[in-house]
Ligand binder design. Structure first.
Ligand code: NAD
Length: 352
């Protein structure tokens, strides 16, 4: 198969980990007879410096015309001024909106050999295999914002707004994913307080009725945050609002032992998907060649599975990653000494 993949390496360790994922994709292309064409573009802080904008129209257009987009990470102390006209994160939000990727998927699996790297007790981590589905283009982060003076007080307003169709498409995706797994969906909301959550629950309940052989449970977000620590193995697919998802996905990432391990996929209705590791640009280790490339390599596997429908190739990468962990290969974040490129070499050996 032929595919045009746009690379947005970004800032900090972004370029270091994206180049490793490309090495893996090149080997996959060779081994399975595919032709992947890569186009590299600036995005984030590096794009502000070089092009005066965190996301140029040309870059967004190239992404929209691609088959899939692989992103490293954006941001860093250099661009942290809250008063700046443009910030790296603005580019990321504009990219998600421009690609209409309304759901973010984060699989969290605990590898048995990494159980000790997690701060949780080993017995709590047995069998943890969760996909968190976060609504990505609605809710509190995208609602109207206002600053005004009310009765002499500086006042800030954020709006949490949802339309039924926005909830519907993300909950339906959660059911589709659960269909290939343990057929359990946990819909997380704050329906005891928020009107938007009561709509969320109403829509989720009605979709649940169309899936009689599935288990649908509703859980308040405060309970969900507790359960992720006390009984993480009880979750299969968890689906939730944008901000709740932002917080719960970071909490869930702790289960896997390191931020460096986890991939993500942002999907819409038919357009190119956006794939990126869950971690940021890690300025503290950028340029040292010690970043863990696995989160980005597994994101490339998700790209193969969801955007290019190459499930067999995706699985080959996931198996190779599992094998290196089983064999004791460890970058610094996992308590080892392997440099970024050597970790990839080890993965490539097992792919071959
Ligand atoms: P971070 O994820 O960059 O780093 C947190 C910690 O995890 C650091 O100690 C870092 O060294 C470590 N770490 C992260 N990824 C790693 C990897 N692959 N291998 C080894 N160790 C790794 O979060 P932060 O420090 O809060 O943020 C740094 C910058 O990244 C900020 O500017 C933030 O805005 C940005 N950020 C970007 C994204 C994104 O691009 N999607 C996401 C989160 C944060």
């Amino acid at each position: 198969m032929k595919a045009n993949i746009v690379l947005l390496p970004g800032d900090g360790i972004g370029p270091e980990v994206v180049s490793e994922a490309v090495r893996v994709l090149d080997v996959i292309a060779q081994k399975y007879g595919h032709a992947f064409e890569f186009t590299k573009r600036l995005m984030g802080g590096c794009s502000i410096d070089a092009q005066g904008s965190s996301l140029t129209d040309e870059t967004l257009k190239a992404c929209q015309q691609s088959d899939a987009v692989l992103l490293g990470a954006v941001g860093g102390p250099k661009w942290d001024d809250p008063k700046a006209k443009d910030r790296p994160e603005r580019g990321l939000l504009a990219l998600r909106k421009g690609l209409q990727v309304s759901a973010n998927l984060r699989p969290v699996k605990v590898h048995p050999a990494l159980i000790d790297a997690s701060p949780l007790k080993p017995e709590k981590l047995q069998g943890v295999d969760i996909i968190v589905v976060r609504e990505l283009t609605g809710g509190l982060y995208f609602g109207a914002k206002k600053r005004e003076v009310v009765d002499g007080h500086d006042t800030a307003i954020d709006t949490l707004e949802y339309h039924d169709y926005e909830v519907q498409r993300v909950v339906e995706l959660a059911f589709q994913l659960a269909a290939t797994r343990r057929k359990k969906v946990t819909s997380v909301d704050k329906a005891n307080v928020l009107e938007s959550s009561r709509l969320w629950r109403q829509v989720a309940t009605s979709i649940g009725k169309e899936h009689g052989d599935f288990t649908l449970e509703h859980m308040l977000v405060d309970t969900a945050s507790m359960r992720l620590m006390t009984s993480p193995a009880s979750f299969d697919v968890l689906v939730t609002e944008n901000m709740f998802g932002d917080i719960l996905t970071d909490e869930a990432s702790v289960l896997a032992g390191s931020m460096g391990m986890l991939p993500s996929a942002s999907l819409g209705s038919g357009g190119p998907g956006l794939y990126e590791p869950i971690h940021g640009s890690a300025p503290d280790i950028a340029g040292k060649g010690i970043a863990n490339p696995i989160g980005t390599i597994l994101s490339a596997a998700l790209l193969l599975r969801y955007s290019l429908k190459l499930g067999r190739e995706a699985q080959a990468i996931e198996k190779a990653v599992e094998a290196v962990i089983t064999d004791g290969c460890r970058t610094a974040d996992l308590g080892g000494t392997l440099p970024t490129t050597v970790m990839t070499d080890e993965i490539l050996k097992r792919l071959a």
